[in-house]
Design a protein around this ligand. Structure first.
Ligand SMILES: [Zn+2]
Length: 481
């Protein structure tokens, strides 16, 4: 007996229980109210647009018009069933398929929805697939992203809040992955328990109105929960409130809704797309995609920073207890938009849009303990200030042990406005306090240049001098506007 069958039996049992315990419960559907939100609707639109560009840059979007049209049809039917009070004319819902095997789906603010091919393949019928989409549509309609940011306490946090929440989505990443971060995308987005419940309830209502059976949403996560790859449950399967509770809540709500006696279950379109998908080569997992992309791009151009992300070749190093000091002799390094000088005894590990430097004994699979990295950070931000904040946020999220002093120094690098700030924390590699000096400046193509120097705090005297020398040696070679 496999897990799937056990799941099925559970559902049958639970449904039976509901029928017995709540016979003919004719009450009003649960009231849902829009959460408090300090942000303008335009902010949702702006953020959604910005981050969707990033997502589509990093995720393999399936370019198959038949299946894309199909998913858009289902999506539009659900969107047109959003209750009037939650319809937002400024939101342009759009639905795209990510060619990934993991069973997942996620929504960005203002209705940018992404559905993994694996989710469509795993669903038993169109109803189950629509359930997940309805849940995500509800997060967007109720503006949960910016509502969550509203709850942040300090003024600064409010500004950074959206970035932090979406950062959770976009830049997230656990112990370190820089690119991995972005692949963690929808997968990391965490809403409060209250918002998850709201999305389930509104999702159920939308489903019923669109001619589906809301119980299919419950069925979907019940049957899939044992199958999701990679450990971390996908967003829509959020563990808070716990899945059993959600299952019960949705089914209870279904009793209060007017559900078609003949709801949409399987459709010809759904069967056709599933057949098409199973004839395609198997989709890669997000982890595989991430790995491949890392090899291709060197990992630098896609979001959060982080000194725990090794570039190619770096993973072969071993960490030594003592590391040779930076030599006072330097050599020149030329990158596409910048040139500078580094200590002669630092090895280089170039990626496509970043390069890491470290002496022997200071690099390995977990990144560097002594050395520096620099690169170009792709940003939609137009000010150095905001771009720097985004970038720092990414580093902090990718390196949970680091924290920021929140002091930014404004100065110039080769005549350009620059910021510098210090991060520090106990290094998981050495167990000693590590600090990272981060310097940023804008490039003429709109990307942000960053330099990050990393060293143990107790060696700061010599490393501060080294980092300072490198920054002084920087010459921007991109054309200024
Ligand atoms: Zn959710």
């Amino acid at each position: 007996m496999n897990r799937k069958n056990i799941g099925k039996q559970l559902i049958v049992l639970t449904l039976a229980w509901i029928l017995v315990v709540t016979p003919l419960a004719i009450t009003a559907q649960t009231k849902i109210s829009m959460p408090k939100n300090k942000y303008k609707v335009e902010d949702d639109v702006k953020i959604g647009r910005e981050y969707s560009a990033k997502v589509e840059n990093e995720f393999p979007i399936l370019r198959d018009s038949e299946s894309t049209n199909y998913i858009q049809d289902v999506g539009r039917r659900l969107v047109s069933s959003i209750p009037n009070e939650f319809q937002e004319p400024q939101f342009q819902y759009q639905f795209k398929i990510v060619n990934a095997r993991d069973i997942n789906a996620f929504a960005l603010p203002a209705g940018y929805l992404y559905v993994n091919r694996g989710m469509i393949q795993a669903a038993k019928n169109e109803g189950e697939m629509a359930g997940v989409i309805a849940h995500e549509v509800s997060h967007a309609a109720l503006r949960h992203g910016t509502a969550q940011a509203t709850k942040q306490t300090s003024l600064k946090n409010q500004i950074l809040g959206i970035g932090a929440i979406l950062g959770g989505a976009i830049l997230g990443g656990q112990a370190g992955a820089q690119l991995g971060a972005i692949f963690a995308a929808g997968y990391q987005l965490r809403y409060s328990r209250q918002y998850e419940t709201q999305a389930d309830l509104l999702g159920a209502r939308i489903m019923a109105d669109a001619g589906y059976d809301p119980r299919d949403l419950a069925n979907m996560f019940k049957t899939i929960s044992g199958q999701s790859e990679g450990g971390r449950p996908p967003e829509w399967l959020s563990s808070h409130p716990d899945p059993d509770k959600r299952f019960a809540t949705i089914n209870r709500e279904a009793e209060l809704l007017r559900v078609s006696p003949n709801p949409i279950k399987s459709t010809r379109g759904f069967v056709r797309i599933q057949e098409k998908f199973s004839s395609m080569p198997q989709a890669p997992t997000m982890a595989e995609i991430e790995k491949g992309a890392k090899g291709n791009t060197g990992g630098g151009d896609s979001g959060g920073g982080g000194n725990t992300t090794p570039s190619t070749g770096m993973e072969n190093g071993t960490y030594a207890r003592t590391v040779v000091l930076p030599s006072s002799r330097t050599r020149s390094y030329n990158a596409s938009a910048v040139r500078f000088r580094v200590p002669e005894n630092w090895k280089e590990f170039p990626g496509q849009s970043d390069v890491w430097f470290a002496p022997e004994g200071a690099y390995g699979k977990d990144g560097i303990t002594h050395g520096a990295l620099m690169g170009a950070y792709q940003t939609q931000q137009t000010t150095l200030e905001r771009a720097t904040e985004d970038y720092i946020k990414g580093i902090l999220q990718g390196n949970a042990y680091l924290s920021s002093s929140n002091d930014y120094y404004r100065f110039t690098i080769n005549g350009r406005t620059a910021y510098a700030t210090k991060l520090s924390g106990r290094s998981p590699i050495t167990g000693n306090t590590e600090y990272a000096l981060v310097y940023t400046a804008m490039l003429s193509n709109g990307n942000m240049f960053y330099f990050v120097g990393v060293a143990p705090e107790r060696e700061s005297t010599s490393y501060n001098r080294t980092f300072n020398n490198i920054v002084q040696s920087i010459r921007f070679t991109d054309r200024t506007q």
